[in-house]
Design a binder for this molecule. Structure first.
Ligand SMILES: *[C@@H]1O[C@H](CO)[C@@H](O)[C@H](O)[C@H]1NC(C)=O
Ligand SMILES: *[C@@H]1O[C@H](CO)[C@@H](O)[C@H](O)[C@H]1NC(C)=O
Ligand SMILES: *[C@@H]1O[C@H](CO)[C@@H](O)[C@H](O)[C@H]1NC(C)=O
Ligand SMILES: *[C@@H]1O[C@H](CO)[C@@H](O)[C@H](O)[C@H]1NC(C)=O
Ligand SMILES: *[C@@H]1O[C@H](CO)[C@@H](O)[C@H](O)[C@H]1NC(C)=O
Ligand SMILES: *[C@@H]1O[C@H](CO)[C@@H](O)[C@H](O)[C@H]1NC(C)=O
Ligand SMILES: *[C@@H]1O[C@H](CO)[C@@H](O)[C@H](O)[C@H]1NC(C)=O
Ligand SMILES: *[C@@H]1O[C@H](CO)[C@@H](O)[C@H](O)[C@H]1NC(C)=O
Length: 499
């Protein structure tokens, strides 16, 4: 502190006063500096208010604000040199007792303990330390900087393990929480690495390992950071497509193959499921490049991978028989993939001879067999249709007969004359075990049959058999609780209306 020049008049007036106050034990007891704030926490960028008031006797000498005590102290504000501290403003300008100051735009490096210090003019006119407040501990909390996500330097292939990191810095206090997600699913990550930066703030770096898959083209990683200074967590995202490299699978096929002389063969190169899209295709015939007029563009699949189909037409001249046609694919600056197919020309002479060969006779045999079988089938169908027809005609002329479901009671199993002029006939079935109780209506000429499982009668004597032209039997779904006595055989009652 350089000594402050004082105007002589004021000094002359002040001197007796000073001498009076400087009497041992007087000023020190009655004068005090109050710093009511013990601890303060303020967000970076905001204005910090440091309160300080003095009370007691008037002491000649200035008041200063110091940050830190002892050797490391720094003057923040000096009453005598207001203009030297542009960030600092007095709360009550010119007051003799309120030395509260405002510090604008505080930064993490402003963290420290601030003292309001009263100086006193000594005999030689220099300021010397007189009293100080208890100090205010200020911590500046700072928000973490926007997240920065990074991945591998080079593209990586499926099954490879890639490391991604999320960094942020300049935050205070140290406590910070990091979460990783891939497509909203939480990922396991190592503990974040936190380091001190510029003394008062911290930097953080968190790393996660991901085993890549070709299905990850549309996937994204999300890093989420929560800190006490934040209302909502910070988020950063990383598209896995930025680092994914899926090499294509390449297939070549010729159509038609073999081909007749002088015809055209189309070779198709199918380049499947690759990422990214940059791929180049060239065609080689026995190692020499063929010019292809049109090279189609890769098309994107739903998975985000790409696919490309390239075709080349080759004239099948005789001397090209056995030629190698190669599809050379260079994907994303990687080494080329060569896939080949052969051009086969069928021997026309051999084709001709083949036509008269026993193989052809075999073909004839097959044709004959197929023809005979077909004819037989046709005849059979015709016969069945005729039979059905005649039976239907018969049904029309005969008195109408009905198959009638017998009453649930077992008495229906025996033949009975019925007041409604109905005749009952029981049909005995041995094989069927299931209960059939359903009416089937076919047409006007149809009869109805209801077949019900029932206890076998004691003998055949009391049964009347009805001759039926046609019986439509249909199985009903299994009864929910079949009666035990129905286990053995089924019976159907046929009811015939009397004329
Ligand atoms: C300063 O601290 C001392 C002891 O810690 C306490 O007795 C005193 O009251 C404090 N002064 C003020 C102004 O807070
Ligand atoms: C700090 O000082 C200002 C200005 O004098 C005053 O308005 C405020 O109430 C004081 N705060 C405390 C905690 O003393
Ligand atoms: C502040 O530091 C200076 C040296 O930088 C030292 O001379 C002075 O005594 C210190 N003042 C206090 C109050 O610690
Ligand atoms: C700490 O974080 C800050 C802000 O993000 C950045 O500028 C600085 O380079 C980082 N320092 C280290 C050592 O990572
Ligand atoms: C195929 O074409 C060449 C030249 O165009 C011709 O000389 C040859 O006779 C042709 N061969 C047949 C089987 O058509
Ligand atoms: C080449 O491609 C264009 C457009 O994609 C198409 O119109 C044209 O018929 C193609 N030519 C050949 C020879 O395939
Ligand atoms: C593919 O063919 C080209 C041209 O003949 C050759 O330079 C390249 O080495 C071949 N690549 C592979 C993987 O065989
Ligand atoms: C082409 O080569 C195949 C295999 O060597 C052979 O069977 C065929 O007869 C050849 N075609 C001609 C037209 O020479």
């Amino acid at each position: 502190m350089e000594p402050h020049p004082r105007d002589p008049g004021r000094t002359a007036w002040a001197l007796p006063c000073l001498l009076l106050l400087a009497l041992p034990g007087v000023g020190a007891q009655d004068f005090s500096v109050h710093q009511p704030q013990d601890k303060l926490s303020v967000a970076a960028g905001e204005t910090l208010t440091l309160n300080c008031t003095t009370s007691g006797m008037v002491i000649i000498g200035g008041v200063r604000w110091l940050k830190g005590w002892g050797s490391g102290n720094k003057t923040i504000y000096d009453q005598r040199e207001k203009d030297r501290y542009p960030r600092v403003m007095r709360a009550v300008d010119g007051s003799d007792s309120d030395f509260t100051i405002h510090i604008r735009n505080v930064q993490p490096e402003d963290t420290g303990t601030y003292y309001c210090v009263k100086f006193r003019k000594n005999d030689s006119g220099e300021d010397e330390f007189f009293q100080r407040g208890n100090g205010t501990e200020v911590s500046v909390h700072a928000k973490p900087s926007p997240l920065f996500l990074s991945g591998p330097e080079q593209r990586m292939r499926p099954e490879q393990s890639a490391s991604f990191s999320c960094t942020t810095g300049g935050f205070f206090p140290k406590e910070i929480e990091v979460k990783w997600f891939m497509n909203m699913v939480p990922l396991m990550a190592q503990q974040p690495q936190i380091s001190e930066w510029r003394g008062k703030t911290y930097n953080m770096s968190s790393t996660v390992m991901v085993t890549l898959q070709k299905a990850y083209v549309h996937s994204q990683l999300i890093c989420e950071v929560q800190h006490s200074t934040l209302q909502d967590p910070l988020r950063g995202s990383y598209q896995l497509s930025r680092v994914l490299q899926v090499p294509p699978s390449v297939k070549v096929h010729a159509e038609p193959s073999p081909v007749e002389v002088n015809k055209t063969v189309t070779f198709t190169c199918l380049v499947k499921e690759f990422y990214p899209a940059n791929v180049s295709i060239s065609w080689l015939e026995n190692g020499i490049e063929i010019k292809v007029p049109n090279v189609s563009q890769p098309s994107e699949l739903r998975s985000g991978l790409f696919q490309l189909r390239s075709q080349v037409d080759v004239q099948a001249t005789e001397e090209k028989n056995g030629s190698t046609i190669t599809c050379m694919v260079v994907h994303d600056g990687q080494a080329s993939t060569n896939t080949s197919a052969f051009l086969w020309i069928s021997n026309m002479a051999q084709e001709e001879s083949r036509k008269g060969s026993p193989i052809n006779k075999d073909d004839m045999v097959i044709y004959i067999v197929v023809g005979v079988v077909c004819t037989m089938l046709a005849v059979l169908v015709a016969a069945i249709l005729y039979l059905i027809r005649t039976k239907q005609m018969k049904g029309k002329s005969s008195p109408s007969a009905r198959l009638h479901e017998p009453e649930k009671s077992s008495e229906a199993t025996t033949q009975e004359s019925d007041p409604n002029n109905l005749t009952y006939a029981d049909l005995n079935f041995d094989k069927e075990r299931k209960t059939i109780r359903r009416m089937v209506e076919m047409s006007q000429q149809s009869e109805y049959a209801c077949i019900q499982t029932n206890r076998a009668p004691n003998g055949d004597d009391n049964l009347t058999y009805a001759d039926l032209d046609m019986v439509h039997l249909s199985k009903a779904p299994k009864r929910p609780a079949p009666r035990p006595e129905e286990a053995s055989s089924e019976y159907a009652s046929v009811q015939i209306t009397r004329k």
